[in-house]
Design a protein around this ligand. Structure first.
Ligand code: 2M8
Length: 439
C-alpha cells in the first residue's frame, strides 16, 4: 500500500528531530527538503512536521540565512562531500552548517502544517524566523530590479539544470583535491559530470573564502527561487494575520516581486533566469519557469501563456512533468535535473494549477502517484518510461505523495495520509518525537 510505504520511508529516514533526504546519499538535514518533508509529515504526524521545521531553523545564522545543509555531528566527515570541514561554518546554535541557501519554501510548509492541525503557538514561534530568512535575502541578494539572486547552482535546488550551463562557463574548472561521494551510490550517468562538480566546488570555496559575503562568478535571478520568495511573502501575510500582526507589508512585497518577475524574467511563454553579471536573460527550457503559476497575483494573461507552454512543451496532459522540456536538445531523461521528473517540482506546478486549471492539476496529481507506484520512492523518474533514477527511499518523494493523496485521493477514492499514519500505530510512534526541539 503506497501510503503505508511512504510513511515507512519517512520513519526510516527520521533522525530524532528531522528527516534525512536519503540515508546514504544525503545523510544530513537539507533546507528545502525539510520544507517538503514537513508538508508530508503534516498529513500523518503534524508534530513531526513542526519538529522538522523548528529543528532546521534552530541552525539559522545571525544574519537570518537558513543554511542549505545542517550537518549531523554523528555522521562521519567523509560520508558526504562537501562536508563540515569544507564549509567551515557554524550556526550560533553550534551546529556545523553550509553557508549557502535554498529556495525559501518554508513559510508555505509551516502554513500547510497549521492548516492540517491549527497551532497558533507554533506559528508565533516560527514567524520571526521566517521573516529573518526573507530579510537576509533582501539585504544580501536583492538587485536594483527588485529580484533576489542566487550565488551557486546548489542554491537553485535544481543544481545541474541546463539553464546553468552558460553562466557556469565563466567559472574556472581544474579545482582538484576532492573525492566525490555521490558516485558511491548513484551511477555517474545519472549525476553531474566531474567538470560541473569542479565548478560547484570552486564557486563554493570562493564564497566561503569571502566569509560567505561576496558572490563569485555566478550570480543569477532564478524564477523558481523568486517564486518561492514571493509565495513566502503571501504566506507570511496569512501567518501574520493569525498572530495578530500586520499582514500588509508582506502583501505589498508579494505584489512587488510578482511585478518585477513579470517585467524582467518573463519571455512571453516561460519565465527565464537572468544573469546579473551580464544583465541578459538565459534562454532555457527549464520547468522552473512554470513555477510562477504559484504566485497568487500573477496576471491572468501571463498565467494563460504559461499554461499553454506547460501543455505544448512539457506534456502536462499525459506525463509526469519533466524538469526540462523534452523538445530541447539539452534534455536528458535520466540525468539529475536535466530532464527527469522530480516530485517536488511537479508538486509546485500542481499547486499553481489547482485553482487555475483543476483538470490539469488532477492529471499531475495522478502522474505523481503513478510514478512512485511504478518505480518506488526514487529521487527522480524518466518522465515517459517512468523508470526510477537516483537514490531509493527518497524522503520528499514519499512525503509529497502523502500530501497529494490527502488532497486528491487515490484511484478515484478520497484518502488521508493521517489515517494511514494512525493505522501504523507502533511502527510510527509520534507522541514523543522531536521532544527536545518542540519543548
Ligand atoms: C541535491 O543537491 C545536493 C547538493 O545540495 C547534492 O547533489 O549533493 C539537489 O537535488 C537538491 O535540490 C536537494 O536539496 C539535495 C538533497 O536532496 O540534493
Amino acid at each position: 500500500m503506497i501510503l503505508r510505504d511512504a510513511v515507512r520511508v519517512l520513519v526510516n529516514n527520521w533522525d530524532g528531530s528531522y528527516t534525512v533526504p536519503s540515508r546514504r546519499l544525503y545523510p544530513h538535514q537539507w533546507s528545502w527538503d525539510s520544507a517538503f518533508i514537513a508538508i508530508g509529515h503534516a498529513r500523518w504526524s503534524p508534530r513531526r512536521a513542526r519538529s522538522e521545521l523548528l529543528s532546521l531553523f534552530g541552525a539559522q545564522w545571525r544574519d537570518g540565512r537558513v543554511p542549505h545543509i545542517v550537518f549531523n555531528p554523528r555522521v562521519a566527515e567523509g560520508a558526504y562531500f562537501p562536508g563540515p570541514e569544507f564549509w567551515a561554518a557554524r550556526a550560533p546554535s553550534g551546529s556545523a552548517t553550509s553557508g549557502i541557501v535554498q529556495p525559501p519554501v518554508h513559510a508555505l510548509a509551516a502554513w500547510k502544517t497549521h492548516l492540517v492541525e491549527p497551532d497558533p503557538a507554533f506559528l508565533r514561534r516560527i514567524y520571526p524566523r521566517l521573516v529573518a530568512q526573507q530579510d537576509f535575502l533582501r539585504a544580501a541578494r536583492r538587485s536594483p530590479e527588485g529580484l533576489i539572486s542566487i550565488v551557486h547552482p546548489w542554491e537553485s535546488g535544481m543544481d545541474n539544470s541546463p539553464a546553468w550551463d552558460l553562466p557556469l562557463q565563466a567559472v574556472e574548472t581544474g579545482v582538484a583535491g576532492f573525492i566525490r561521494r555521490d558516485l558511491d551510490t548513484v551511477s555517474a550517468d545519472e549525476r553531474p559530470t566531474d567538470r560541473d562538480y569542479e565548478r560547484y566546488v570552486g564557486l563554493a570555496r570562493a564564497y566561503r573564502d569571502s566569509g560567505y559575503q561576496v558572490p563569485g562568478a555566478f550570480q543569477i535571478e532564478d524564477p523558481l527561487f523568486n517564486t518561492a520568495y514571493g509565495v513566502a511573502e503571501s504566506t507570511l501575510a496569512k501567518i501574520a494575520d493569525v498572530c495578530g500582526l500586520d499582514p500588509e507589508p508582506h502583501e505589498r512585497e508579494a505584489a512587488a516581486i510578482t511585478q518585477a518577475m513579470v517585467e524582467h524574467l518573463f519571455d512571453g511563454a516561460l519565465f527565464q533566469a537572468r544573469d546579473v553579471r551580464t544583465g541578459g536573460l538565459i534562454r532555457s527550457s527549464s520547468a522552473a519557469g512554470l513555477t510562477p503559476l504559484m504566485l497568487p497575483e500573477l496576471p491572468a494573461g501571463v498565467a494563460d501563456a504559461l499554461i499553454t507552454t506547460a501543455v505544448d512543451r512539457f506534456a502536462v496532459k499525459d506525463a509526469v512533468l519533466p524538469s526540462y522540456a523534452p523538445d530541447a536538445p539539452e534534455f536528458d531523461a535520466a540525468r539529475y535535473w536535466r530532464g527527469p521528473s522530480w516530485t517536488n517540482l511537479t508538486w509546485l506546478v500542481w499547486q499553481g494549477l489547482k485553482e487555475r486549471r483543476p483538470d490539469l492539476a488532477a492529471t499531475l496529481a495522478d502522474a505523481m502517484i503513478g510514478a512512485v507506484s511504478q518505480a518506488g520512492f526514487r529521487e527522480y523518474f524518466d518522465p515517459f518510461a517512468l523508470r526510477g533514477h537516483g537514490c531509493r527511499d527518497f524522503s520528499w518523494s514519499a512525503a509529497l505523495i502523502l500530501d497529494v493523496v490527502a488532497e486528491h485521493g487515490l484511484n478515484g477514492l478520497p484518502a488521508s495520509g493521517r489515517e494511514v499514519g494512525q493505522e501504523l500505530g507502533g511502527v510510527a510512534k509520534t507522541d514523543h518525537v522531536g521532544d527536545h526541539v518542540l519543548a
